[in-house]
Design a protein around this ligand. Structure first.
Ligand code: 5RP
Length: 218
């Protein structure tokens, strides 16, 4: 099985968590795209979806799934999204696609967060994948200096603007031994919108596509 087939298997397995009626939160990235395609096969069962990015909104629309504004949706029963890294504690590192802030907002506003990924995303310690930090443009240099003081190596993501009009610093070589603490520390730097650690609000379920079907961690 290729990694993409594993992502697809995890995405289709997440359909089990989609009940009848209600509005589903949908993430961003290649695994979340598979989930949109999976959701399209049962779209009659849901009332609509909240998208974590403009790209996901477009894909949902193309599949005939109504888009709902989170402000009009109330608490969501379910949010489904991928990850760049995940631990067995269901702490995640996300934002490779730059949609981390909207993803974190939807995760916070959802009762159940199901993370879907291929098995290569499971790690013992988060941080080999550079940690994305969304920053207000005028604060970019200041936030980068503060991150250096914390031991990280921030790299400005070139030619990229988030859906919120901000920029991304990808932080290399951070030792993320305590994801909850690191998430809080980085978020306290003035000018930071949020970072890609999902530890204060981790996933509730992690579905991994593997060479031998799917594996679920809770
Ligand atoms: C986007 C994300 C994605 O979930 C993450 O980058 C994983 O992407 P993919 O499913 O393509 O491997 O956080 O901001």
């Amino acid at each position: 099985m290729t990694p993409d087939e594993m992502k697809k298997a995890a995405a289709f397995a997440a359909l089990e968590y989609v009940g009848s009626g209600g509005i589903i939160g949908v993430g961003t990235g290649s695994t979340a795209n598979h989930f949109v395609d999976a959701l399209a096969t049962i779209k009659g069962r849901i009332d609509g979806a909240v998208a974590s990015s403009n790209a996901t909104a477009e894909r949902l629309k193309k599949n005939g799934i109504p888009i709902v504004d989170l402000n009009a949706a109330g608490t969501l029963k379910l949010y489904v999204d991928g990850a760049d890294e995940a631990t067995k504690h269901l702490h995640l590192l996300k934002g490779g696609g730059g949609a981390l802030t909207r993803e974190k907002i939807i995760a916070a506003a959802s009762d159940i967060f199901v993370c879907i990924a291929d098995e290569s995303k499971l790690v013992d310690v988060l941080g080999r994948f550079p940690l994305p930090v969304e920053v207000i443009p005028m604060a970019r240099s200041y936030v980068a200096r503060e991150i250096v003081r914390l031991g990280g190596e921030p790299v400005f993501r070139q030619d990229f603007v988030t859906d919120n009009g901000n920029v991304i610093l990808d932080v290399y070589n951070l030792e993320i031994l305590n994801p909850v603490e690191t998430e809080q520390t980085l978020n306290q730097i003035t000018g930071t919108v949020t970072n890609g650690l999902f530890a204060q609000r981790p996933a509730d379920v992690l579905i991994l596509g593997t060479g031998a079907g799917t594996r679920t961690l809770k």
